[in-house]
Ligand binder design. Structure first.
Ligand code: CP
Ligand code: NVA
Length: 310
């Protein structure tokens, strides 16, 4: 186990090397085998890990709570709506208090800066459970799923269709480090931020990964091994939902667009899905879909992340 990872925070995948990201994935694979063998290693025995939510969550909430419990620690689930944060206590003061009582903090927040403050002032490892900028635990679980289904990561073509959002950002950054070719097709004005594309292009020089940003969904999907999508309006963007649905319609994953991918393409979605918008019922319930294996892998990868960092 790498000594390099102990005590560190996971705020963005860009802070990790290829070998370190691979270590999270290997550990996730190992803990998944143990899980099915009925072995639950108490790697965090006696510790307490806080799991803090500024936004709703199903998969992340359940997978972290179960992972922490099965690792032998106590999952302290907190909603910001019930903390003094809503009455004006600062994030640094909240973090200072938490850092004296818990051994790790998992947090789902709006601003990436909140995660940075939690890490700076708590002095315990902080794990990003989604921000408006990124969703690194999701992407790590997704790379575990791709490796499981395709036998490798390097040279795999992942086409992401739709909004250039937090999930797309983490797939781009993680893929460019790990050697996965990521092709993102978004409508004009909804492409991933230039800052993210530049980070991915920079990593791709070392890994050899291809990074493509296009407005053409058919071009992105051509010969893809993996076709991935996410909701068109993320949490906090509900007011733009109708407008986005109109703009993003050509980026829907349906049976017709999938004919351009490889015959053995797998279809992924981080969930929750808006069925009939970014993905059709036929595809999400069809033979290429791996979305529920993908959701389950959140449990195994959260255990890997927690046990390597805390
Ligand atoms: N994919 C994911 O993070 O789902 P939740 O929002 O339900 O946690
Ligand atoms: N992009 C979505 C992901 C949800 C897991 C959101 O931020 O709402």
């Amino acid at each position: 186990m790498s000594k390099n990872l102990k005590g560190r925070s996971l705020l963005c995948l860009k802070d990790f090397t290829k070998e370190e990201l691979e270590e999270f994935i290997f550990q996730g694979e190992k803990l998944k085998v143990d899980y099915y063998a009925g072995k639950k290693e108490k790697l965090l025995e006696g510790k307490t890990v806080a799991v803090l939510f500024e936004k709703p969550s199903t998969r992340t909430r359940i997978s972290f709570a179960v992972a922490i419990h099965e690792l032998g620690a106590f999952p302290l689930i907190l909603e910001t709506s019930n903390l003094q944060l809503v009455r004006g206590e600062t994030v640094p003061d909240t973090a200072r208090v938490m850092g004296r009582m818990v051994q790790g903090i998992v947090a789902r927040v709006f601003a990436q800066k909140t995660l940075e403050e939690l890490a700076e002032y708590s002095k315990v490892p902080v794990i990003n459970a989604l921000s408006d900028f990124s969703h690194p635990c999701q992407a790590l679980g997704d790379f575990l799923t791709i490796k499981e289904k395709k036998g490798k990561l390097e040279g795999i073509k992942l086409a992401y269709l739709g909004d250039g959002n937090n999930v797309a950002n983490s797939l781009l950054i993680g893929g460019s480090i790990l050697g996965v070719n990521v092709s993102v097709a978004s409508p004009k004005g909804f492409e991933p931020a230039k800052e993210v594309v530049d980070i991915a292009l920079n990593f791709s020089k070392k890994s050899g990964a291809k990074v493509e940003i296009t407005n053409d969904p058919t071009f992105a999907v051509k010969d893809a091994d993996v076709v991935y999508t996410d909701v068109w309006a993320s949490m906090g963007q509900e007011a733009e939902h109708e407008k986005r649905v109109q703009i993003m319609k050509p980026y829907q994953i349906n049976e017709s667009i999938l004919t351009h991918a490889k015959d053995d393409v797998i279809v992924m979605h981080c969930l929750p899905a808006h069925r009939g918008e970014e993905i059709t019922d036929e595809v999400i319930d069809g033979p290429h879909s791996v979305v529920f294996d993908q959701a389950e892998n959140r449990l195994h990868i959260q255990k890997a992340i927690l046990s390597l960092l805390i």
